[in-house]
Design a protein around this ligand. Structure first.
Ligand code: UGA
Length: 447
């Protein structure tokens, strides 16, 4: 496929956060696109333009592409495969209990794809986007398609995704890199040809073997997790050193080009559906290779303990008592999403409930998801003010822009006692010196 050739027809198998974002951007770029999912309810909602989660720009892209008729949705995998040339396999690979990933969905999807592609006489490119443990594509998926690959009717490549929740569409439109895992150049070139049609200026592409591409995905997320656990470890030291501030330290070391400024924001620990899951999966996968994963285990341990460090800050205000009320601002695992998967807010809420505290919560987007989880055990507020009113301590857990603008006067006016803990470092400590203020990585005031 070259840029002058006819655009391939695309199918996206699995319409979770990654699959749906890829589907709408392909359709927006003028590729005839079919999104397919086994969830009939999701499909019927998507046909009506209803998205099952919040992601900036997604709704606009969906509305536009449905109107332009460039995006179709179906639960019929056979139809999707027979009417497309290239499929992105985006089904979920959720964590299993032991930290491994659960391959059930991807195996079952691959089996069905194999069955239907057999009915096709034209070439089909299957692109594995789902995050899978190294060697899964080689040992589990490719063998199912061996005959078709030998007859040059099918090729399989791996193509890990680096998009972030909250900026998924932008990340697809402007990736820093494309990684193509291939067993031969011809297979990889097919995918490169598609990308030449997708992008006006082709982003950098690294071609590699299939298993390295799978490992690159884990390496990427594990390195990001490592940076966060590193800075959080230092932040916990700062809290014991009067006058120090982790933000200044992060700023200083971030200027060293060998370190870089990103992902050095101290906080309550990383959450979401990716970093914790991928770190655990890499640890589990590498357990079989002696002493290869000590660093990764430490990164995970630091993260698991970080919410406890936040509770220690609460202790300093002497509010961990039965009759006290804690207001939590921010439930989503980061801003600009309603996702609470592995969010620190869950762990902290559970810890506080155990201590018998009254908990009030507010988040601009994630209230419904949190309500599904905690039901009537906590109080759900419809505004920041309502959440702060008559409370003994406010804990900020997500870096929403609306929280960044908060002034000390508001806390003073509304709360029973203006105790504030900024677990995201979004408030200026100098401006908050008039109230009881503590923050992650902020040393106590010099005596
Ligand atoms: C992450 C990666 O950043 C993406 O590149 C990757 O494609 C994606 O996982 C995936 O595997 O699908 P995401 O889970 O959307 O993306 O979230 P991040 O922006 O990486 O944030 C993860 C967590 O780390 C959040 O809880 C965030 O608040 C926290 N974080 C991030 C910090 O505590 N400090 C930082 O400096 C940065």
């Amino acid at each position: 496929m070259t840029s002058k050739e006819k655009k391939p027809k695309i199918s996206i198998i699995g319409l979770g956060f990654v699959g749906l974002s890829i589907a709408v951007t392909n359709a927006k770029k003028g590729f005839e696109t079919i999104g397919v999912d086994i969830d009939d309810n999701k499909i019927s909602n998507l046909k009506k333009g209803i998205i099952p989660f919040y992601e900036p720009k997604l709704q606009n892209f969906l509305d536009d592409t449905l109107k332009a008729d460039s995006l179709k949705f179906t639960a019929d995998l056979k139809y999707a495969l027979l009417n497309s040339d290239l499929s992105f396999l985006c089904v979920g690979t959720p964590p299993a209990k032991d930290g491994k990933i659960d391959l059930r969905y991807i195996k079952s999807a691959a089996k069905k794809i194999q069955k239907f592609l057999k009915l096709k006489e034209k070439y089909h490119l299957l692109v594995v986007k789902s995050t899978v443990a190294p060697q899964t594509t080689q040992n589990v998926i490719i063998p199912m398609f061996k005959d078709m690959i030998n007859k040059s009717l099918v090729d399989i490549v791996t193509n890990p995704e680096f998009l972030r929740e909250g900026s998924a569409i932008e990340d697809i439109l402007h990736p820093h890199l494309i990684v193509i895992g291939e067993y031969d150049r011809k297979a990889g070139k097919h995918l490169e040809g598609y990308y030449k049609q997708f992008y006006k200026t082709l982003p950098e592409i690294i071609h590699t073997d299939i298993t390295s591409a799978e490992l690159i995905k884990y390496a990427n997320n594990t390195f990001l997790a490592t940076k966060i656990s590193f800075i959080n470890s230092l932040a916990n030291i700062c809290q014991n050193l009067p006058g120090t501030d982790i933000n200044t330290i992060a700023k200083a070391i971030g200027k060293d080009p060998r370190i870089g400024p990103l992902f050095l924001q101290a906080g309550p620990g990383f959450g979401g559906s990716c970093l914790p899951k991928d770190l655990s999966a890499l640890i589990n996968f590498s357990n079989k290779f002696e002493k290869t994963n000590e660093l990764f285990k430490a990164v995970l341990r630091v993260n698991q303990n970080q919410p406890v460090k936040i509770i220690e800050l609460l202790k300093k205000f002497n509010v961990l008592k039965k009759n006290k009320t804690i207001s939590i601002l921010g439930l989503a695992f980061k801003k600009d999403t309603d996702d609470i998967r592995a969010a620190v807010s869950i762990k902290i809420t559970k810890l506080l409930l155990k201590k018998g505290l009254k908990i009030k919560v507010y988040d601009p987007m994630a209230m419904d998801n949190f309500r599904d989880l905690f039901k009537e055990k906590i109080i759900y507020c419809s505004s920041i003010d309502e959440c702060l009113r008559d409370s003994d301590c406010c804990l900020i857990l997500t870096e929403w822009d609306s929280f960044r603008k908060l002034k000390p006067e508001k806390f003073k006016k509304l709360m029973k006692t203006p105790n504030v803990i900024d677990a995201r470092r979004i408030l200026d400590p100098k401006k908050f010196s008039g109230i009881n203020f503590k923050a992650v990585g902020l040393g106590n005031e010099k005596k």
